[in-house]
Design a protein around this ligand. Sequence first.
Ligand SMILES: NC(=O)c1ccc[n+]([C@@H]2O[C@H](COP(=O)([O-])OP(=O)(O)OC[C@H]3O[C@@H](n4cnc5c(N)ncnc54)[C@H](OP(=O)(O)O)[C@@H]3O)[C@@H](O)[C@H]2O)c1
Length: 241
Amino acid sequence: MSLRQKRVVVVGGTSGIGLAVAQGAVAEGASVVVGSSTADKMASVKDKLQGAEAITVNVREEGSVEAFFAKVGPFDHLVFTAGDWGQFRDARTIDQVDLEQARELFAVRFWGAVACVKHAHKHLRPGASITLTDGTVAHRPRKGAPLSTAMAGGIEHLVRGLAVDLAPIRVNGVCPAGIRTDVWASIPEALREERFRKMTERQPLPRIGEPEEVAEAYLYLMKGGYTTGQVLRVDGGATSV
Ligand SMILES: NC(=O)c1ccc[n+]([C@@H]2O[C@H](COP(=O)([O-])OP(=O)(O)OC[C@H]3O[C@@H](n4cnc5c(N)ncnc54)[C@H](OP(=O)(O)O)[C@@H]3O)[C@@H](O)[C@H]2O)c1
């Protein structure tokens, strides 16, 4: 299976992992639509993604998601990489968790994905796929972060459930470890490489991943016509040790 002349929609495709997936799909001959919520990123993508279409969508709002897919029309592959880190940080003890803020943790990455699947699947052509995104915290819980583990693990089980529910649409996921994207930009540059070194020193491949490396997993999952219900870990071996 090839992406040539396929229409690929990447929600969250204006930066980081999603942008690398969009660039990879364009390079393989697909026509690409990217969606995200901020005007700045939508504008910046025009230089980085020649020939791709950019349409605004806020996955927190179901009406926005429905309107987005109505504008997109028929397409072949949905990739969901939208993520935000909101106001909620769950590095605290469970008895201190503010439940309203805790729900916020799921708003974009979990419920945003559900909203996109709900409104996208009726526009998908035969042979279609959907690929969602979680992270290695699903498999490597950290002290003080149980809700992040629950959220990421929930996405993996959503993949399995949807693969059965929406068959023959194929539904898969990608589970990255640390990848060099803007999510790390809040760490001062001088400290960032040291943080990456510490984060990855016990991995079989002891370095941060690059967006292009994880993008390969999404490109495979779009093309791999006999693969469904799977979550592909792209983690430098982090979850093997
Ligand atoms: N980078 C890592 O180290 C890493 C590791 C493990 C897992 N992951 C997962 O990989 C995914 C992508 O991460 P990334 O590093 O590529 O992040 P990123 O560079 O911050 O990209 C996130 C994308 O999501 C979009 N987005 C955020 N809120 C949105 C909303 N409400 N509606 C629509 N789009 C929205 C952003 O655009 P706008 O701001 O314009 O909306 C942006 O295009 C996330 O689920 C993250 O948890 C990342």
